[in-house]
Design a protein around this ligand. Structure first.
Ligand code: IPM
Ligand code: MN
Length: 355
């Protein structure tokens, strides 16, 4: 088959890690006789510098007409350190999510058997961990009204959700739970927030449609704790936007390195795949960043957007193999030889060719 993929490398290490995912995807395409047509487009700080807009209309065109989007990372310290900056790279990401209708962010956390002792958590706590967050991505406090009052001395951000926004996200969660261990946990703060009470009420009203899925309701502060104490207890967790942002970073360290976890942002049509880590500016251009989260994001793309499960499985299996063989970047090397970003990609390609 023929697929067009929008390639948004973005900032920092984005270009380096996406380059490896492209290499690996092309090797898979060659092996299984597919044709991948990559279309690069500007986003983030790179796009601000070039055209003054972190998500220019040309980029939206490329994304909207592609079969999938592969995204690197966004953000640079010169913007983080300047709260008065009018145009910020992150605005591009938020606008992209909104304009492409990517209302659900699917972020898995799982452990690699060969890395279990690299996790900051004890082996007996994390063995068997295999959970997925479905985070709401185009609503809540990220998109609510915000501003300043009292000559700038007071600031406010507002969180709003409609029942319909909650329902469409919840459906993704229920369906995903159905294809897995059939347990769905709604994470909220219903003891305080009105939006959370609407989330709870909406989910409770949907339970009858999915009688095979067991739904539990937990408060976000308790989940933050249980996630570290007992991560293997969870299957699918659904959250509003901000809680999901925070908890998915927390969950990502369980696997041993933030450089490992992929994600998919889905909605109605085109889907976007990206590593959950950021732009890691200190490592830019050094060829040391871990490309595996982006490579695994490409695996999610083959599976979810192209429905090519065997291809996705092969990517996951060569990633596992490279970890077991110790062909890893410095974040995982632990005193042993550290390989370069591009060497890890080359090794994955060689394993695919041999498979
Ligand atoms: C993420 C990031 C973004 C978010 C930032 C860069 C706007 O942290 O994808 O989790 O908060 O959603
Ligand atoms: Mn985040």
């Amino acid at each position: 088959m023929n697929y067009t993929i929008a390639l948004l490398a973005g900032d920092g290490i984005g270009p380096e890690v996406t380059a490896e995912a492209v290499k690996v995807s092309n090797a898979i395409a060659k092996k299984f006789d597919h044709e991948l047509n990559w279309k690069s487009a500007l986003t983030g700080a790179a796009a601000i510098d070039a055209v003054g807009d972190p998500y220019p209309p040309e980029t939206h065109e490329v994304c909207a007409s592609a079969d999938a989007v592969l995204f690197g990372a966004i953000g640079l310290p010169r913007f983080d350190n300047d709260p008065s900056a009018k145009v910020r790279p992150e605005q591009g990401l938020l606008r992209m999510r909104k304009q492409l209708g990517l209302f659900a962010n699917v972020r898995p956390t799982f452990v690699f058997p060969s890395l279990i002792d690299k996790s900051p958590l004890k082996r007996d706590r994390i063995e068997g961990t295999d959970l997925v967050f479905v985070r709401e991505l185009t609503g809540g406090i990220y998109f609510g009204e915000r501003g300043r009052q009292d000559e700038g001395e007071t600031a406010y951000d507002t969180c709003t959700y409609t029942r319909e926004e909650i329902k469409r996200l919840a459906r993704k969660g229920f369906e995903l739970a159905r294809s897995r261990r059939k347990a769905l946990c709604l994470v909220d703060k219903a003891n305080v927030l009105e939006t959370s009470r609407l989330w709870r009420e909406t989910l409770q009203g949907m339970e009858a449609e999915y009688p095979d899925v067991k739904v539990t309701y937990e408060l976000v502060d308790a989940v933050a704790m249980r996630l570290i104490q007992w991560p293997s207890a969870y299957d699918v967790l659904i959250t509003e936007n901000l809680f999901g942002d925070i908890l998915t970073d927390e969950a990502s360290v369980i696997s041993g390195s933030m450089g490992l976890m992929p994600s998919a942002s889905i909605g109605s049509e085109v889907a976007l795949y990206e590593p959950i880590h950021g732009s890691f500016p200190q490592a830019t251009g050094k060829n040391i960043a871990n490309p595996l989260a982006t490579v695994l994001s490409a695996a999610m793309m083959f599976e979810m957007s192209f429905h090519l499960k065997e291809e996705a499985e092969l990517i996951r299996s060569v990633v596992n193999q490279s970890l077991a063989d110790g062909v890893v970047t410095e974040d995982l090397a632990d005193g042993a030889k550290a390989y370069k970003t591009s060497e890890v990609g080359d090794y994955l390609v060689s394993l695919i060719e041999k498979a």
